[in-house]
Write a protein that binds this ligand. Sequence first.
Ligand code: CU
Length: 128
Amino acid sequence: MKKQEFIAIIIFLFATIGVVVGVFAIEKYRLSKFYTVELIARAPEHGNWYPAKIKVPSGKEATILIRNIETVTHGFAIPDLNVSAGEIKAGEVKVVRFTPQKKGIFPFMCTVWCSDYHMEMRGELIVE
Ligand SMILES: [Cu+2]
């Protein structure tokens, strides 16, 4: 292989990888402006809330994007903070915005009877 061919291949690889890495980086940055935390809703027997513990800063607006990846309806509420997303249908994505004023650990839960283990569909919001 000639030296010029080698250099051309290296430039091609860097350009290709650069575009892919760049697109992912921009997308991650764009989404980070849009929401604070992404939460996946699943019934307890399918893995439960993911992540089960989420952290948000106090005194700042928090945006939680909730994605129901299942085939049943779920719900979302943080009763202590008066936050609710209502029903989240199968495949639906909902966004809740609120500004927690007090620090602490607040349980969040599913508000729709979704499975035999519905009562275990819980997680914790940690306000720091
Ligand atoms: Cu549920």
